[in-house]
Design a binder for this molecule. Sequence first.
Ligand code: ATP
Length: 536
Amino acid sequence: MEMDQLVALCKRRGFLFQSSEIYGGLQGFWDYGPLGVELKRNVREAWWRDMVLAHNEQIEPAGAPSTFEMTGLDCSIIMHPQVWKCSGHFDLFHDYMVDCRESNRRYRHDQVNGRWVECDGKRVFIATTLGGEEAVAQTAQRAMKLFNLRKKHADRLTWDGPVVSLTTVEDLSVVFGPDAKEVGSLTDPREFNLMFKTIVGALGGEEDAAFLRPETAQGIFVNFKNVCDSTRVKIPFGIAQIGKSFRNEITPRNFTFRSREFEQMEIEFFCQPETSPQWYKYWRDRRFQWYQDLGLAGERLQLRDHDEDELSHYSTGTADIEYAFPFLPEGEYGELEGIAHRGDFDLRSHMEGKLDPATNPLEVEVDDDGKPRHRGSGKDLTYFDDMTKERFVPHVIEPSAGADRATLAFLCEAYQEDEAPDDKGKMQKRVYMKFNPRLAPIKAAVFPLVKKDGMPEVAQEIYGQLKPHFNTFYDAKGAVGRRYRRQDEVGTPYCITVDGQTLDDGTVTIRDRDSLEQTRVAKDECAAVIREKLGL
Ligand code: ATP
């Protein structure tokens, strides 16, 4: 599938629109349309149900070291600015960017690639925002243009080494920028904090500055004590949260994959330090399985454990769940979720002051006067275990997922093309979205074959039986084949049709989106049959 086809379908059928489109759009912001809102809600609800509501704390799940509890939170987007100082986002949450003085484009330093080439004694780094094979092809083409060479003179170019990141280049004056016409138009990399700044209150001074949260996780850490004090949860337990996060990404791109406003689904799982490595493995495998169960079962999904040297010393493991999105070069994957063993870094930072991640054992980062660089809350965030009579700072496992990236992966995976007969029995190309029924925005559609002979009345009765339970669509307009196609294209798993035979023997057809099989069932049993098929 080409990404353009999916983007066009998303717009045509109301899954996704560019934000403020009538004003030309705003880069990095997206709106979910009438069908998109249902799809994304289903993703969020599947996550919340599977991780929180349906969790049975009485039963030890397969692969878990013990039973555990799960609970939830919904925290504010704007929090005390000190939260971001202690979390490390204030100091560390930045990317490096380079600007092109010629094209006025801005790039993330680590997202520009390129190749070294020499021609007539001049050595230049030809840059591109593409990767892999595409980068090789594009740099070759741009070098020819830069040195004003015809195809037959391509051998005057001497390439030096493979495609590498711009971060390996020290002197940017020899770089031919991705959208430039001259060499040397890129500025040196500059730091750029990704947090959106805002002002709280009417006075509007710098002291009133606050930030839109760049992740939901910190709301959970700062409420750890509240949750322990207000409920009877005992360690091990997890706190889940779904909510909006904001990052002023330098180069938002690839549809919703890298947006500036997006939604996260995060769990902070608190456990004893000794059992934390087992819990890490449990969550890593469980979260991977979750995507598989919902339809990302093929080779495009992968679990990638970080290498030892990618890990912070206080972490015994980090893994990413990744998906080979169609907009990425062959062989590249994009992150859907990260699962990290975070030790006691976060709770201690909010208690004692921001810890220095480079210290081992972890110590509070101090300024020139030996005082904490960012003061913690001073509140006791330790946990007292009634059974063992021990007091300790819990260790944390963090499965952190993006609702928009998951939704995008489900959209990409669902897109299918095949051939199906039209109303006249002629084979035609068919586009259908093979969503897992739990995620499908519309679960069933009901059609009267024609708008007469009492068929609409029967169809409306069935529609009335289904509608209170799940999203059902009623459609009486146009040829029935066209109505099927429209439902296939938005991934509706079942279509129910009331036809001439219904009036004779009281049966209707149920058509399966994927197999195209039609079965007849009694109209009075139809609602029950569909509910059973959907497992609802
Ligand atoms: P990346 O390296 O792609 O920027 P990250 O490692 O910074 O991502 P985390 O901080 O681990 O991401 O955030 C957890 C999850 O939040 C990611 O796995 C992703 O699903 C989601 N996420 C992060 N940034 C964005 C974004 N700009 N747009 C959409 N989703 C995002």
